[in-house]
Design a protein around this ligand. Structure first.
Ligand SMILES: Cc1ncc(COP(=O)(O)O)c(C=O)c1O
Length: 449
């Protein structure tokens, strides 16, 4: 074999992959002329035609103005199984009758009341019952805002200003630690550690010691590729925070859907503060932060030095009333456990398909949220994903859409309560067909032929 054989082989693999992506992209563009037209017209009034980074992809995103049950319908009339599930906020699907009724009742009683209502107390009380680490809670408008408040509370409670977070974590638009961080990140004093890396992280916590206000961690990196934390890692964080007197914040904006009480209940670990978001607003903007009553008490307006917590829509009646019906009548503890088990079962099946295809393919995740990966070996942190070929994710995304399944471009699949067994089967069959269609390309990238 000549010295150039290996680089040449890699080049030709690359061009085969690129050709496949270009083909898939042009099939997508041909199928979706109306989405393309809408995208072009959106560019006149929004930079890049976009107001939410996660929804942009090349050549243009699908435009969706209608949805029902577990389905969305795009502007060109194609109907898809909604496996994106609004990045987990779409837990309830699109037309749950109890939620629709709650919306109608709320409208009928009048909105924008400028006063406390009973909805917020009912939802707060239910959240405190469901999530063991939450003794008292406050509402806000997004997961980003919830994290902003949790970090600020930690700073006030400890009178310290340093924070530990994890590479690849995402705690909101201004707390993005993917790919080295984002230019728009809020100016907090961060030290980043590697996810699931016990020794390095505990050493960092000890080193920061009396300057450390809090450690913030997602029990599963969601944006970072559905990588679950090990219990040993979270336990080590709990112990190290206790040793130095820092707070432990669990960002459960995504993972609160895991079982009845979120990941901290499953792991039986009690963080000091928990942040929530996404599905809990049942389709309306939602954020919440809660935890130890003693820490939350800093926000009690009856105390002279209390921290203010303003926000016109903190208790908006849609979120409060519909969110309450969602959590009390629809996402009951029982259904939460069933959905979790359903997700675990589906991921197992997808991993059997992946294993048959190539060592390069696997699905990571937890319960009803999962992500395909193109990386051999165990995946315990984003550092294990550095050499993933991004074009395979594009192929996967286009291919699933051709088969009538709408997932995230980053390969994330989120299940909803509106899905049934046939929908789970459709996901499984679509993944099987994708792997079959591109098996040779995937295997050649893995060096398996
Ligand atoms: C773990 C996590 N935290 C926080 C957020 C931010 O939530 P929001 O988009 O509601 O601001 C997200 C959103 O994806 C998230 O995944």
């Amino acid at each position: 074999m000549s010295g150039n054989a290996a680089p040449n082989a890699a080049k030709s693999q690359n061009s085969i992959l690129l050709n496949a992506v270009e083909n898939a992209s042009s099939v997508f563009a041909t199928r979706n002329p109306e989405s393309q037209r809408l995208f072009e017209s959106a560019q006149a009034s929004m930079p890049g035609g976009n107001t939410r980074s996660a929804l942009f992809f090349e050549p243009f995103p699908l435009y969706v103005n209608e949805s029902f049950d577990a389905r969305i319908k795009d502007a060109d009339g194609h109907v898809y199984l909604d496996a994106l599930g609004e990045f987990t906020a779409g837990l309830y699907g699109h037309s749950d009758p109890a939620l629709r009724e709650a919306v109608v009742q709320t409208v009928n009683k009048g909105v924008s009341n400028g006063a406390p209502g009973t909805g917020e107390t009912k939802l707060a009380s239910l959240i405190c019952d469901r999530f063991p680490a939450i003794e008292t809670v406050r509402f806000c408008n997004s997961g980003t805002e919830a994290n902003l408040y949790a970090l600020t509370l930690a700073r006030a409670a400890t009178k310290r200003s340093k924070f530990v977070a994890f590479s690849g974590a995402y705690h909101g638009g201004v707390f993005n630690f993917g790919k080295g961080g984002a230019a728009v990140n809020a100016p907090y004093d961060w030290t980043l550690c590697q996810y699931n890396e016990v020794e390095q992280t505990t050493a960092t916590i000890e080193r920061l010691g009396s300057e450390l206000a809090a450690v913030i961690v997602e029990p599963m990196l969601s944006n970072g590729g559905c990588i679950p934390a090990t219990r040993a890692f979270l336990q080590a964080l709990r112990a190290a925070c206790d040793r130095v007197g820092a707070l432990l914040i669990f960002d459960e904006v995504v993972t609160s859907r895991m079982g009845s009480g979120g990941s901290h209940a499953i792991m039986q670990i009690t963080p000091d503060l928990v942040t929530l978001g996404k599905y809990l607003g049942a389709g309306f903007s939602f954020g919440a932060f809660g935890g130890r009553a003693g820490i939350m008490e800093q926000m009690n307006p009856r105390q002279s030095d209390s921290l203010p917590h303003a926000g016109t829509f903190n208790n908006n009646v849609f979120t409060m009333n519909v969110g309450y019906v969602g959590l009390s009548e629809v996402f009951t503890s029982e259904r939460a456990e069933t959905l979790y088990a359903g997700g675990e079962g589906l991921r197992k099946k997808l991993n059997l398909l992946a294993k048959e295809c190539s060592t390069l393919v696997q699905f990571t995740g937890c319960g009803s949220a999962m992500n395909i990966h193109f990386a051999a070996g165990p995946i315990t942190s984003p550092e294990d994903l550095i050499s993933e070929p991004g074009d395979l994710f594009r192929l996967f995304h286009f291919d699933l859409m051709e088969r009538g399944v709408y997932a995230a471009r980053r390969g994330q699949i989120n299940l909803s309560l509106a899905m049934n067994e046939a929908d789970f089967d459709l996901i499984e069959q679509s993944v099987a067909k994708f792997l079959e269609r591109y098996r040779d390309i995937i295997r050649s990238i893995a060096g398996e032929r």
